[in-house]
Design a protein around this ligand. Structure first.
Ligand code: UD1
Ligand code: UDP
Length: 393
């Protein structure tokens, strides 16, 4: 039996009740501007934290840095295999939807929490009338070995409203037969957060605190299974970063998955030449990124943030679902398969081209995406998308 969950009374007259789902680190930056925009427009956001990420440094730190309210519901699911984690989230989320009876369930990004909650809401639609919206719809890597690709495709398939962060998402959705009427271009909500928090991040001056000189250090983040779950691949990436570290300090805030695997594979010696940190808070990360000469990463969000900041980025993956960061931004893919020589060549190229980096940000990466999400939800509920938000060909 699902547990009984008390829902607050519908707090606004005329406003929408909108469940916003966050679970993993990158979700918090995407949710915050939507939550604030909904509040400003007189709607009632209900924040649900699935608990997919739970360490203070992977979760609480972001609530503080982003000034997010305490979640209305914390599902506390924790880690597990894909099936276990997804199932636990679904089981815990179902009674929340039944109790809250929202107009919308909005899911963000491509993590297991995104898929699990979209599935629950889609199946409760006949009973509760709630609709499902996906923020960050339409991104595709074409790589089905990535759990995120499965999450993206299935989430988009069950969503009523697909809200895209960049224009390159639209042909992907058309190719899958998604009707244009279900798609709206809103831009990148993660960049809303970046633009809003940049002054604070600059004040934070975290790089200086670490004794790093602006423009004279590199930053790296690693957590993709393709890089850290295979001992040979992980070894190769760390050797490459070690080679870069001969040219300038490499700061590596280490994701818990990567730390666990480095210990399991006995790779401690390869971490020694790097400035390894615990995962850092959002303002600290933004401060580090903004002052970096080059960023080397397998993160999706960091590819976008470096483009928004004009900082050169080398992506340590075979492909990216965010091609706009290459075509209109500062990102490039390291030659694949990754080798120390290939990564160092890409690093040097990025460094040399750093000065060319400044260019206009991609369309919709303007700090107003959260507002457009709120407007698109309201328009779709009232019977259609408005002309401005409607997918422009
Ligand atoms: C997840 C997302 C990935 C996203 C990343 C952002 C999925 C399938 N993957 O990957 O798309 O890019 O988050 O960071 O949803 N752990 C802790 N403390 C925590 C969280 C995790 O120690 O607070 C450790 C646990 O050992 C856990 C492992 O990290 O098993 C992996 O966590 P999980 O959420 O399953 O996947 P991520 O690799 O974090
Ligand atoms: N980030 C952070 N501290 C860190 C590493 C990353 O605040 O130690 C931020 C980063 O700036 C971006 C987000 O976390 O806003 C990206 O999350 P992550 O790389 O975990 O996931 P992905 O974007 O790859 O799904």
């Amino acid at each position: 039996m699902p547990q009984r969950i008390e829902a607050p009374a519908h707090p606004t007259s005329g406003g929408m009740k909108v469940i916003l789902v966050a679970g993993a680190r990158p979700n918090f930056m995407k949710v915050a501007p939507v939550l604030f925009a909904l509040r400003r427009a007189g709607h009632a956001p209900v924040l649900v934290h699935t608990g997919q990420h739970y360490d203070a440094r992977m979760s609480d730190a972001f609530f503080a840095d982003l000034e997010l309210p305490e979640p209305d519901h914390h599902l506390g699911v924790g880690s597990g295999s894909h099936a276990v984690q997804t199932a636990r989230i679904m089981e815990a989320f179902e009674p929340v939807v039944l109790a809250e009876r929202p107009d919308w369930v909005v899911v963000f990004g491509d993590v297991n929490s995104t898929l699990a909650c979209a599935l629950v809401a889609a199946k409760l639609q006949p009973e509760t009338g709630c609709r499902v919206a996906h923020v960050e719809a339409g991104l595709r890597s074409g790589d089905w070995r990535m759990p995120e690709e499965v999450n993206r495709v299935v989430t988009d398939r069950v969503s009523d409203l697909l809200l895209t962060p960049s224009r390159d998402a639209h042909p992907n959705l058309r190719a899958e037969g998604v009707p244009d009427g279900r798609v709206a271009f809103v831009g990148n909500t993660m960049i809303d957060t970046l633009l809003a928090r940049l002054p604070r991040a600059r004040e934070r001056a975290f790089a200086a605190e670490l004794g790093l000189e602006r423009g004279r250090y590199a930053v790296s983040t690693l957590h993709r299974p393709s890089n850290v779950d295979d001992p040979a691949a992980f070894r190769g990436v760390l050797e490459a970063l070690g080679t870069v570290a001969r040219e300038m300090p490499v700061v590596l805030p280490l994701h818990p998955r990567a730390r666990r695997q480095a210990e399991a594979f006995g790779l401690d010696a390869l971490l020694a030449p790097l400035r390894v940190l615990e995962p850092v808070g959002y303002l600290e990360m933004l401060s580090l990124t903004e002052g970096a000469a080059v960023v080397l990463t397998d993160s999706g969000g960091v590819q976008e943030e470096t483009t928004a900041l004009g900082v050169p980025c080398v992506t340590l993956r075979e492909q990216t679902e965010r091609p706009v960061t290459v075509t209109e931004g500062t990102n490039r893919l390291a030659p694949w398969p990754l080798t120390a020589e290939g990564v160092v060549a890409a690093f040097r190229d990025a460094l040399a081209r750093g000065q060319e980096a400044a260019q206009p940000r991609p369309d919709g990466w303007d700090g107003r995406a959260g507002e457009r999400v709120a407007a698109a939800l309201a328009a779709a509920l009232n019977g259609g998308l408005d002309g401005e938000t409607q997918n422009a060909r």
